[in-house]
Design a protein. Sequence first.
Length: 412
Amino acid sequence: MKKLSAIFFLFLLSLNSITSLKLFSIDVIMPNKGIHNQLMDMLVEVQTQDSPRTIEDLSNAILGMLKTLKENQAKHEEINARMNAQCREEESFRSKEVADARSAYNAASSAFAKCQSSLQSAQQNLPSLKRALNDFQTNLAAKTAERNKQHALYVTRRDDWAAAITFLRDFITQVNNKLAKYPSFADLGEKLLRHVAKLGRMAEAVEVFVALAQQPSELAAGPGAHNTYSYKAQAKTVGNLRSHLQTLLNKLVVDSKQNDTDEEKAQAAYEKVKARLLAIIDQLNRDITRTNNQITNMMGCVANEGKIMATANNKLHRNSKLKDLAGKTCTDFTREFINATNNRLQEISVIDQILVIMRKRFGQLPEDLVSYLSATRNGFRVYVNSTQFKSYQEYVQRHVADNAHGRQLSHN
């Protein structure tokens, strides 16, 4: 008698539907060699002429063995049907688990690759973004420093122009007020020289200096110089001075306004450049923030998808092994059922041989024995040729062919 392997027996006990297995003899689910040995002994016995048993004893013994074979077959069919249903359910469940694990692994693997690629791209792009940000910030700082420098120069020029214009207006006022006294304007001339020298407007002041040089000094003229001719000549000279001073004043006012206009244009141009650079800097800052967030998110994605891949891979291997183990166990059980059924059919053939010999020896056989044997034989043959039994055979063939050992056996 073959022994069930420990793993098969444990698996068999784990099937919840087979709760009454302990009620059955092991002979129910395995070929009964006891009956086979009895039949072989009986075959030898009936061939011996001096057998002490009568036809009635032999018939009763054969009938009992037929009933046992039939009962064992019925119980074995019931157990096998339950076992096969559990096996198919287990196979379907494990197949689904394997498919789900493989699908989860593939999805996680695809996401992992995308996250890894995105992470590498972000990590490679971040330094260039930071360099660009530094370049534009440096450029803005340089332009701002240059603008501040130019504005300071403008303020200095503006103050110089304002001082020169104020001085000229005061100069003209003094010329007008002191016209009758014919004063000397040497001190004012020196101040004027300093103002126009700062402004770089010496050429525009030449006429004024010429007019000042033509003005006689009050001491040179002397007390008696206030005659009518001298007054008229001096008045003409002072008038020329006043005219040249007003012309110079007008030029300085125009130049001062132009200086303000140039400053406004330079400031407007700077503000435009500054706005453009600030927009670029802001965009770079947003890009850097987004890239840092991308790096953080993609690192999390890589870690998370890696865990999913590991979990799915473990699930895949675990369920694949359980599926293979269950398939092997179920295949072995079904194969044993098929073999046991065929063995029982062969044992019925041995009974046929015994009855042939008994008929020759004793003549007429008991009708109930012949009828029961015929019904049992037909029942076995019908079952062996049934779709159900063939499905068991196909189940074994398919599962044997599904494993490497089975493919090798099939090839051989």
